[in-house]
Design a binder for this molecule. Structure first.
Ligand code: ATP
Ligand code: MG
Length: 480
């Protein structure tokens, strides 16, 4: 006890005299004294510390170990803390508790006590910030006895990462992200994505399509999800591309929601028209996480990418002749090009993060550049077609709760003659101003809808025929 007091007294006196004399001591001696002081303190102090900062690197990426530690502490240690902080958990979307700033909790790992403290530091800045929150640097400090250092470094930190990730996956609320225009990316912590909770109810059970095709897609997704080792073995990035094509209202967007719900992935809905350059696209991509689906809807309308690569090559050859050396690449990065999008799908960058699915949708598959959708880039091409009888049966089960009815035969015959989208069939099954309890009335309504579509298709075909004949006869007249 006396020894402790003497030690504290010695340290305080050292500080007192050092403070007074510091300005008179040459800096070499000051540095030497500072090093000596740290040596003495670490000799006397038997505890080591590790800090885990929330942000790291030049671009201030959120550190995964910090996020895992936060999740780990809120699950494993918060019951032992006296001061807690409640918030709407970023990952779970539910109220969650974490230890409050400067609160200390003790964790025990293999009989070893480890002290955790949530700390915060404000950098000394000469300027007044509009975003004081962004100035805070949060971090966790772990303190443990020197003799357990190997255990902490080798096993405990990995244990935190593993457990923290598990808690995050267990409790997370899946999200639907959308990219904001680059003009809104201010502040080093601002993200190019904003999000809402992903709550789309579509599943493979509610999706009306050919059951064989559906089974094929589900099997493909399962193989992908469990294929981490396989992808590593064959030296391919762990990602898969799907092209969904077909007329409007055939269930392309519903299919994306069903895939996301099946795999329990987040969805990044990428609005290409808001992306100005290849560099922006790369930054947007880097900010996506694994276990996610990146979607570009209506790729044919998003940007004029068709055939641009081939034309561009020629254009660029001409342009490059005029540009000074080194400027060509800058020019390439200053706009969004087809090669930028191709790089985004399967360039070197696409491998970061892993476990990603890229989905393109289009109503006009024939308009797309073949390079964009070649096998290997878009691994599976899925045609979403007009409503078949099999698909109708799924809709009848979902909407009316029936698997059989006398009117089914009639509907089957009609569907084999008319091209009608599942969206229109679904609409036909819902009677206005009714709770759809009268199944017969709903089916009769659908029959009327299909017959109207049949009539319309007939008229359209007659119009087209007439137009063609007119064209033919005017050609013949002009040739005479
Ligand atoms: N195959 C389907 N299975 C179940 N419901 C469907 C299907 N196709 C369409 N629907 C219904 O129609 C609505 C519109 O479908 P969806 O948005 O998925 O079509 P889409 O193919 O993405 O159309 P678009 O090309 O116009 O984007 C959905 O909300 C859903 O209720
Ligand atoms: Mg859609």
């Amino acid at each position: 006890m006396v020894g402790n007091w003497a030690g504290i007294g010695a340290v305080l006196s050292f500080f007192y005299f050092y403070e007074r004399l510091a300005n008179y001591i040459p800096f070499q001696i000051r540095d030497y004294l500072a090093t000596l002081f740290h040596k003495v303190v670490s000799f006397v102090n038997p505890y080591d510390q590790i800090t885990i900062h929330e942000y790291r690197g030049e671009y201030m990426h959120r550190d995964e170990l910090y996020a895992a530690s936060r999740a780990y502490l809120s699950s494993a240690c918060s019951s032992r803390a006296r001061k807690l902080k409640a918030d709407l958990g970023q990952e779970s979307g539910k109220p969650s508790l974490t230890i409050d700033d400067y609160e200390e909790v003790i964790d025990t790992f293999r009989g070893v006590r480890i002290w955790w403290c949530a700390c915060m530091r404000f950098p000394i800045s000469q300027t007044i910030s509009f975003y004081p929150d962004e100035e805070q640097r949060k971090y966790y400090r772990i303190t443990f006895h020197k003799r357990h250092r190997k255990l902490v470094e080798g096993e405990y930190l990995n244990h935190i990462l593993r457990e923290g990730r598990d808690v995050t996956v267990r409790t997370r609320q899946r999200k639907l992200f959308t990219n904001s225009p680059s003009s809104n990316w201010y502040g080093y912590r601002s993200s190019c994505w904003s999000h809402v909770a992903f709550e789309h109810p579509a599943t493979f059970d509610t999706l009306a399509m050919d059951p064989k095709k559906k089974r094929e897609i589900i099997d493909d997704l399962v193989t992908f999800r469990e294929g981490k080792k396989y992808y590593k073995k064959i030296g391919k990035a762990w990602k898969r591309g799907y092209l969904l094509y077909g007329p409007p209202g055939t269930g392309k967007s519903s299919m994306i929601a069903a895939i996301a719900n099946f795999l329990e992935y987040d969805v990044y809905d990428l609005e290409l028209t808001a992306v100005k350059t290849n560099t922006e696209l790369r930054k947007i991509f880097i900010e996506t996480t694994g276990k996610s689906i990146i979607v570009i809807e209506d790729i044919d309308c998003s940007i004029d990418l068709t055939g641009k690569r081939k034309e561009k090559k020629k254009d660029d050859e001409d342009k490059d002749k005029k540009l000074p050396p080194g400027m060509e690449e800058k020019d390439e990065n200053s706009k969004l090009t087809l090669s930028g999008v191709l790089n985004f799908i399967d360039g070197l960058w696409s491998a970061c993060g892993g476990e990603r699915i890229v989905i393109f949708t289009t109503n006009h598959v024939e308009k797309l550049d073949p390079a964009l959708i070649r096998r290997g880039r878009m691994d599976m091409h899925i045609e979403m077609s007009y409503c078949t009888f099999e698909a109708f049966k799924v809709l009848a089960k979902n909407y009316l709760g029936i698997v059989e009815h006398d009117l089914f035969n009639m509907i089957q015959a009609l569907l084999s003659e008319v091209k009608i989208s599942p969206a229109d069939v679904a609409e036909g099954l819902m009677l206005k101003n009714s709770r759809n309890e009268d199944v017969g009335a709903c089916l009769m309504n659908l029959i009327r809808v299909i017959e109207a579509a049949k009539e319309e298709a007939k008229k359209k075909a007659q119009h087209e025929l007439a137009a063609q004949e007119n064209k033919k006869s005017s050609k013949e007249e002009s040739s005479v």
